[in-house]
Write a protein that binds this ligand. Structure first.
Ligand SMILES: [Zn+2]
Length: 137
């Protein structure tokens, strides 16, 4: 991955850091939380798949998480000059014990797995790696 190839400013939000710095900082945070980007991506994909299976209704997973996915027409491209396009679907996971919710798209899973990118602060789909590590395992 080369610096400067990100194509959509919207992924950075109001973050003034270069995206390579955002990724480096989030990797440090994840390391402190004892999780890898791969583990987080796998976990998000697991929840997303279960909610696809439930089809347009919410489902409770592991007696602790409520999961729902809204599928929208169209696809989202990866902003890192990648070939991939990702289904436009928005999954909401709520940890029923803490009340904490996360919303993410299929593209977020790819960005985390392939690029270790959780997006910039205040971007619409920013996910805090330490919160994911704490709330979803
Ligand atoms: Zn990509």
């Amino acid at each position: 991955m080369q610096p400067g190839v990100i194509t959509y400013g919207g992924f950075l939000g109001t973050d003034k850091r270069d995206f390579t710095q955002i990724i480096a900082d989030d990797e440090k945070t994840l390391e402190n939380a004892g999780k890898t980007a791969e583990e987080i991506a796998n976990r998000l994909e697991y929840f997303q798949q279960l909610s696809f299976d439930a089809f347009e209704t919410s489902t409770v997973v592991e007696d602790k998480y409520e999961v729902e996915t809204e599928v929208v027409r169209g696809y989202l491209p990866c902003p890192f000059n990648h070939q991939g396009i990702y289904r436009k679907s928005y999954t909401t996971i709520t940890n029923l014990n803490s009340g904490k919710s996360f919303i993410f798209s299929a593209l977020n899973i790819h960005l985390i797995r392939a690029h270790h990118f959780f997006e910039g602060k205040k971007s619409h789909f920013r996910l805090e790696p330490d919160e994911l590590a704490r709330e979803l395992f």
